[in-house]
Design a binder for this molecule. Structure first.
Ligand SMILES: NC(=O)c1ccc[n+]([C@@H]2O[C@H](COP(=O)([O-])OP(=O)(O)OC[C@H]3O[C@@H](n4cnc5c(N)ncnc54)[C@H](O)[C@@H]3O)[C@@H](O)[C@H]2O)c1
Length: 255
């Protein structure tokens, strides 16, 4: 019989405190739901004005704070609320993201800047603030950044999105390298198309049907399949995984 020396075979996250940005819908909401079922106390940070109602429907141990993650004051208020309510922060999942579709030769500065602000800069600023808190308080925490298969391959009309997600993968590696000595792990996940509002917006119809034919899985992902992977990465079973970009793509990018 194998004796387990470190890893928890239950992948437990019991009593951990997590902030999930973009947690009121799609992958972030599925992750919040998965986390509360694993005993995590969750703070959802989301633009949706109903964030707290959505959180309370998941669990009494889930708080929603409505606001724009690109705003520094809002980011600080989320972090302060987590600490004031639960005493600490063990996990950050940077999930808030947007997609703006246009050709490279016509995409506007506004679309480009907004994509970078939400997807990249806000993720970095949350990681920077939470990472600093973890370092100062000697917390061996875990950060998961939402990248995408769009961060490793080219997708038509996705120039700003692809650039933002590729940068997230690069940022993840640097944070993991710099913060490994503090016991903080930083990873990225890169899903294929996930059947959320954002996924439907970009891939419904013939474009998506054609795409699926090129995937070994021949199907897109469900939000809870991404939530399960994020949960694994935050558990002690993944204690030696850091700086990694984990593709959840039904094999699409192996070609
Ligand atoms: N759905 C896909 O196909 C897919 C694939 C790969 C990666 N991703 C990434 O996964 C993440 C979640 O995507 P999703 O499909 O669940 O999207 P979604 O649109 O279903 O949910 C995104 C959530 O983020 C929130 N949000 C958006 N902008 C915000 C802001 N400025 N401040 C605070 N909250 C904000 C929204 O209100 C929403 O609740 C994104 O980073 C996305 O790029 C999605």
């Amino acid at each position: 019989m194998i004796e387990y020396k470190g890893a928890d075979i239950n992948f437990s996250l019991e009593s951990k405190i997590a902030i999930i940005t973009g947690g009121a819908a799609g992958i972030g909401k599925a992750t919040a739901d998965f986390f509360v079922k694993k005993g995590v106390k969750v703070i959802i940070a989301d633009l949706n004005p109903q964030a707290d109602e959505i959180a309370k429907n998941l669990s009494k141990d889930c708080i929603g704070i409505s606001g724009d993650i690109t705003n520094e004051e809002y980011r600080q208020s989320v972090i302060q609320k987590a600490i004031a309510t639960y005493g600490t922060i063990d996990i950050l999942v940077n999930c808030a993201g947007i997609v703006a579709l246009d050709n490279s030769e016509t995409i506007s500065d506004k679309m480009w800047d907004m994509t970078m602000e939400v997807n990249l800069k806000a993720s970095f600023k949350m990681a920077q603030a939470v990472g600093k808190y973890m370092i100062d308080h000697k917390i061996a925490g875990c950060i998961v950044n939402m990248a995408s298969q769009a961060g490793v391959i080219a997708l038509d009309k996705h120039v700003a999105y692809c650039a933002s997600k590729g940068a997230i993968i690069a940022m993840t590696k640097v944070l993991a390298m710099e913060w490994g000595k503090y016991g903080i792990r930083v990873n990225a996940v890169s899903p294929t198309v996930v059947l959320t509002e954002l996924g439907h917006k970009a891939w419904d119809g013939p474009v998506g049907d054609e795409f699926k034919k090129q995937m070994p899985s021949e199907r897109f992902a469900e939000p809870d399949e991404i939530a399960g992977t994020i949960t694994f990465l935050c558990s002690s079973a993944a204690a030696m995984i850091t700086g990694h970009n984990l593709l959840i793509d039904g094999g699409f990018t192996i070609k």
